[in-house]
Design a protein around this ligand. Sequence first.
Ligand SMILES: O=C(O)CCC(=O)C(=O)O
Length: 186
Amino acid sequence: MRLVGDRGDVTYVPEFIDRDLADAVVRELSADTRWKADSRMMYGRRVLVPRETAGRGGKMAQPWTPALALVREMAERHTGTSFDYCFLNRYRDGNDAVAWHGDRDGTQDARLVVASLSLGATRTFQLRPKKDSGLRHDPVGVDVAHGDLIVMAGDTQLYWEHRVPRDPRVTGERLNVTFRQYRARE
Ligand SMILES: O=C(O)CCC(=O)C(=O)O
């Protein structure tokens, strides 16, 4: 299902992987992932971000695990892209969140494909045009559940930003895996 088609390309694939495989990835990630509590500067003070993060597959990160590597291959086939590493987010409950942002990863080409897998508790994923994009569009939202995939491609990161807002009604944990590339291949 296409969520964004104007100056960007965002698709939502419900049940991209089945429950058994999704459960296996959760088991692997829960077993030995080294989660970090990141912080950032806000109004001159350093504050903890409301979630935990980790990485897999890159040079400095922990290795791929078997079920995660299988999902990476499936995401590669689905998108026609090779993924080098993934970022992991752990939302311990509905008080954890990620604020509006675009995924540029510093030096990375903003047009690289990002494939984002949801595991565990269902949360709302929202998109809206960036302020300087010139686009007029209402925010778009979708409830992402265990095994669902969001793919962001094309100009998405240039014109759109996304977030997962707080939702204090949610008591369960959600894990998010975003498969990424270092550089676009020729
Ligand atoms: O948890 C999600 O679905 C989004 C994560 C995200 O925006 C990010 O890692 O940049």
